[in-house]
Design a protein. Sequence first.
Lengths: 369, 124
Amino acid sequence: MGDTSSIQKTVLHDLHVELGAKMVPFAGYNMPVQYPDGIMKEHLATREAAGLFDVSHMGQVVITGDDPAKAIEALIPGDIQALVPGEMRYSFLTNDKGGILDDLIVTRRNNDLFVVVNAACKEQDIKLLTDGLAGQATVTELPDRALIALQGPKAAAVLARFAAEAAEMSFMNYRELDIDGVPCFVTRSGYTGEDGYEISIPNADAVALTRKLLAEEEVSPVGLGARDSLRLEAGLCLYGHDLTEETTPIAGGLIWAISKRRRAEGGFPGAEIIQAEIANKPTTKRVGILPEGRAPAREHTEIADENGNVIGEITSGGFSPSLQAPIAMGYVPLAYSAVGTEINLLVRGKTRRAKVVKMPFVEQRYYRG
Amino acid sequence: MSLKFTEDHEWVLLEGDVATIGVSAYAQEQLGDVVFVEVPEVGAEIAKGDELAVVESVKAASEVYNPIGGEVVAVNEGLEGEPTLVNADPHGEGWFVKLKVSDPSEIAELMDEAAYKTFVEGLD
């Protein structure tokens, strides 16, 4: 089972255990991979009603300074200066080769930036931000706050019972709301493709508020297993798998996250390489893959052309509970990236046919007001 | 005849020299919703300890190792369309393969139901 001596717990740990969760080590935390309902039911409950996820293992960071929005643009290609307070954007830390060091969400607030980073990259990111912004901005982690996600078509109706204003928010917007009297940072965002919220709660109130939300009829607790299958159906990347230091945002299909101004001006690590890829196209591209039949093709499955030559690799693959079929994403040379291209997957020595398809696999249902 | 079990959570039902093999109720519970089972081809010779099948859940693929050596004489075709049979009826309709066993005496190395129950209780 590995070394559990230094493993951390989120403030909701005991609640997960009480709910019967199967706990597993993930990014240094003991996290619920599933509850007694199992991944399939938890996944479908999120698509049909609402799922509640503990994502407190992720890093919550505040950046203060004279002009933190301008300062952070030296480290990420996101157009943070274009945000008005209360708006947020998906971006990524890049290295000098244009590779991705982590993906993150940046919210511009009245006087600072609120940033959420991946658990596995938390320490690295905080050091990168602290060093990279030295003299211009101060980076402060918020270990005293939990983070939960409430996702699904019923999420808005549920949250509005506790904070009516939540229903007025649009996708990728931020507000500070009292939820059942608790001061929370609320964003209308998520990692499932559904409408929903991520809610940052003071640790002291997190268990009580989570219990209240779970007590609502539409809400089910959902573990990391279904979080992964939901995000894969939504075509969303998992850092360390679909995005790495070796993949550029352009190969990763994330050009939409780099505004015209930032493409033109550059000024972030690896800008020249990324600008050249925008101009000349990348050599490989992340694509959606639909295997034929029912056998899932998992991460690291080799992708081959019609002659059996290996041309790429699957970076995320599994079974889609919504489609009741295997789905995957992976990287292929540009010549094989068009929708409809026939490819082969080498699954445990057997060649299985597959097709390049458009993502998302399941329609995103964000609330845009 | 009664079921025999392995420490890897397979069960074996030996009738004459034909062994029916599947995974235990405990195993299916650990696996969660089964979405695909890859079974070997009829006619394949599979030694004890070699890979016999692969069970896929939403989350992961798990190998099933052959508890008793022999030649595959039948596979459960029903699992192709309905892999959740493994969850619904692991010791019955959810069987994986039937083997013509090379050495039936190997069955003696496996646990009976009571011993397996004790073994599983010791795991939690």
